[in-house]
Design a binder for this molecule. Structure first.
Ligand SMILES: [Zn+2]
Length: 51
């Protein structure tokens, strides 16, 4: 089967599920993000979004 080109991934906070995230500088374990809503800092989850 042909893979859908319309798939997209949305990052969201594993703590509060907010998608209002910003890249957090200073992490040494790869990409870290900060949640603007709850203040969570760390790796975030990604969910597949079908458009
Ligand atoms: Zn959050």
């Amino acid at each position: 089967m042909k893979k859908q080109e319309s798939e997209d991934f949305e990052k969201f906070c594993p703590n509060c599920s907010s998608t209002d995230l910003e890249l957090y500088q200073g992490g040494i374990m790869g990409r870290m993000f900060k949640c603007k809503k709850c203040g969570y800092i760390g790796p975030v989850m990604e969910k597949k979004v079908l458009k």
